[in-house]
Design a binder for this molecule. Sequence first.
Ligand code: NAD
Ligand code: ZN
Length: 354
Amino acid sequence: MTSTLDENIALVLHKIDDLRLEPFPVSEPKDGEVLIEMQSVGICGSDVHYWKWGAIGDFIVRAPMVLGHESSGKVIKVGPNVKNLKEGDRVTIEPGVPCRRCDFCKTGRYNLCPDVVFLATPPVHGSIARYHTHAADFCFKLPDHVSYEEGAFCEPLSVGVHACRRAGVTIGSKVLITGAGPIGLVSMLAAKAMGADTVIMTDISQSRLDFAKKIGASHVILADKDAQKTAQIVIETLGCMPDISIECSGAESSIQTTFYGTISGGVVVLVGLGRPLASLPIVNAAVREIDIRGVFRYANCYPAALSLIASGRIDVKPLITHRFKINESVQAFEMAESGQAIKVMIQCGNEVQH
Ligand code: NAD
Ligand code: ZN
């Protein structure tokens, strides 16, 4: 270990409500790996959830774990047999590294690999640190004009790209997106970039809807408690039923709205992860031949997400509402938890981030 690496610090979650910035070991890059000086890391809802609840479903924080998985940085050392990167390259880091050998991996659906190693998912450490070692083939070189923060944003944007691909968004699509949090917003941006004609969004927060409208949603609607009523307002506003609905809140009533609101023969994509069981109008969906599709993270979406940003077809910068230095990480998490922010970025390094 070099002296620089001895100075590594990371944001470690010890237990619920106990986040500490502390020295943390980092490994030398092995075969196919690169050592990265971290620059920007965005805070995801899951990071906040682990901090406040100690678990997401079956993923339970049983030992101290570094948080963060929406990240970018600069390659400072290259391990043996790395062909795609060199020292000094600026990269965005795809956080889930699958086994590359199972049927899911071999058929391209590597997000379903049972052996995927995904940053900041217990027991795997995340990337809010000064240094992080990563598989080089899951790092993508940033063009010079793409900032580190935009690079970090490739992670949530990849969820939006994957959701739209799963939904079959194409030229002329009329899309309903329920939930205008970061994931709903990137799904809206991806849908528009992929040719959607109209994107209508719902939320229970007027300020989130105002923001969605400002950055490009065609219409926004305050969700009613009554899911059928919300669906009706969506249909009246659009003048037709959406052919695709992308559920991005996890709320039961919101999933119901997507079932009631989507046109017969259309597609509902479930991105939001709420309670494990929900009561849904399943016969309605069945007799109207609505295809219900799941979404788990993404596969093969980083290059597309990066090119959408690099080409200017998607501007993620307005979504970055707050910035903190790594030594202010706890404040950064408090801001993310407050609900006032859209995306909070942590600056881990000293390079220009945005
Ligand atoms: P978020 O909590 O910031 O956003 C959720 C939004 O939904 C909020 O703005 C909230 O006001 C709104 N909402 C709540 N109840 C609603 C209702 N009844 N109708 C309409 N809107 C409602 O979360 P996020 O980071 O944007 O993530 C959204 C969801 O996607 C979460 O459930 C998250 O766990 C999930 N997610 C899933 C994947 C995946 O791979 N499937 C990946 C990332 C995130
Ligand atoms: Zn695999």
